[in-house]
Write a protein that binds this ligand. Structure first.
Ligand code: ADP
Ligand code: 5GP
Length: 204
């Protein structure tokens, strides 16, 4: 009996300072893992070069974002360095109900809301090997102006203080190692007794 039968998808939250390498590690994870859905967030931020509507984000204006908040369409949302970001409740519920794991790349305030609303979620915090390396990555990415980068570095210090609110910490020194750590966390999560009830009731 496959242990996915009748199983609800696992909600996975990945947070970490901007520029730590979340998108890079997530891309690596998706190249290795099936049955995983990336929750494309809604944001009022302007697209960066190379970002596509519906793939990186759903880009909306502030009025539309406020409408979504009022209509209760967001599982969580937060303001982060002058822009709003939020997760569509409907999109992720559909996937979880079909037994598909859902990955959220969200910042710490949103993660705290998910922790409260979704007790079964697994929360992973990803950090750079050093603050200097984070600054190098942010500048090396070449996507933001210096004032934006400085804002994100300030925010990074605040965010890292909240790492204790998470279940796991992953250091992104090498992308392949960080992806392997997350794979190990997800495998352990799948093996948890409460995620194996279908197997226990059906076979044992
Ligand atoms: P985030 O999604 O967390 O904002 P990105 O995935 O955009 O971060 O990565 C920021 C920059 O750091 C990119 O230029 C990326 O290529 C680089 N990067 C990511 N992971 C590593 C790593 N382990 N070592 C060196 N550079 C990395
Ligand atoms: P960026 O502008 O670099 O793409 O993202 C900035 C921050 O917003 C990152 O920490 C990212 O994890 C977070 N973020 C992206 N989508 C969401 C979301 O839907 N909700 C929340 N709370 N944060 C998000």
């Amino acid at each position: 009996m496959g242990n996915r039968a009748g199983r609800r998808g696992q909600l996975i939250v990945l947070s970490g300072p901007s520029g730590v390498g979340k998108s890079t590690v997530i891309a690596e994870l998706f190249s290795q893992r099936e049955n995983l859905y990336f929750s494309v967030s809604f944001t009022t931020r302007k697209p960066r070069a190379g970002e596509e509507e519906g793939i990186s984000y759903h880009f909306v204006d502030v009025a539309e974002f406020q409408r979504m908040i009022s209509a209760g369409e967001l599982l969580e949302y937060a303001q982060y360095v002058d822009n709003y970001y939020g997760t569509s409740l409907k999109l992720i519920q559909e996937q979880l109900d079909r037994g598909i794991d859902v990955l959220l790349d969200i910042e710490v305030q949103g993660a705290a809301v998910v922790r409260e609303k979704c007790p079964g979620a697994v929360l992973i915090f990803i950090v750079p090997p050093s603050y200097e390396e984070l600054a190098r990555r942010l500048r090396g990415r070449n996507t933001d102006d210096e004032p934006v980068i400085l804002g994100r570095l300030r925010q990074a210090r605040e965010e890292c203080r909240r790492a204790m609110e998470y279940d796991y910490l992953v250091v992104n020194e090498s992308v392949s190692r960080a992806a392997a750590d997350i794979q190990a966390i997800l495998r352990a999560q799948e093996c948890r007794i409460q995620n194996q009830m279908q197997f226990i009731e059906g076979v044992l």
